[in-house]
Design a protein around this ligand. Structure first.
Ligand code: S3P
Length: 166
């Protein structure tokens, strides 16, 4: 069983909000790989980063994401950095991957100062977010079958567009 849709995009793009509503609209389950990582390890993501570093987190993430892509039939939302893995990008080929695109200003506004995202925590989240986007934008574009802009658009509108396109 492979997913009906896989959502990619940076933190704040709306992957969870849009993903849950899209799953309801399609009558399938919603599956969030960040939640699966926390269940699998028994640790919250901030603790995995603190204890194992980013590279330790990415190893766990790659395994959980690739397993999910071959086992989950619903809408699967990937953590913002999952596309950094070449193995994950290979596993995404030929799947209905949706890139939720967001401007840097709006993405930052939505992520705020949340400490749940260790990569953006600390000083100067604006510079961190910009650097993260410069590195990842080409990767999101590479894996996407469908790209939808989410700035200034309600989740309902984004979901309607996706239901038509998928
Ligand atoms: C990350 C994004 C997070 C989470 C982890 C790393 C990233 O997921 O996987 O904190 O590298 O952008 P969201 O995109 O759901 O916030």
């Amino acid at each position: 069983m492979t997913p009906r849709a896989v959502l990619v995009g940076p933190p704040g793009a709306g992957k969870s909000t849009v993903g849950k509503r899209l799953a309801t609209a399609l009558g399938v389950e919603f599956f969030d790989t960040d939640v699966a990582i926390e269940q699998d390890t028994g640790r919250i993501i901030a603790d995995i980063f603190a204890q194992d570093g980013e590279s330790g987190f990415r190893e766990i993430e790659e395994r959980v994401v690739i397993e999910s892509l071959s086992a989950q039939p619903g809408v699967v939302s990937l953590g913002g950095g999952a596309v950094l893995s070449a193995n994950t990008r290979a596993a995404l080929q030929a799947l209905p991957v949706v890139y939720l695109e967001i401007s840097i200003a709006e993405g930052l506004r939505r992520t705020g100062t949340s400490t749940a995202r260790p990569l953006l925590a600390g000083d100067d989240p604006r510079t961190k977010y910009r650097q993260l986007m410069n590195r990842r934008r080409p990767l999101y574009r590479e894996v996407a079958a469908i790209t939808v802009r989410t700035d200034g658009r309600s989740p309902g509108k984004v979901v309607r567009e996706l239901v038509e396109k998928l």
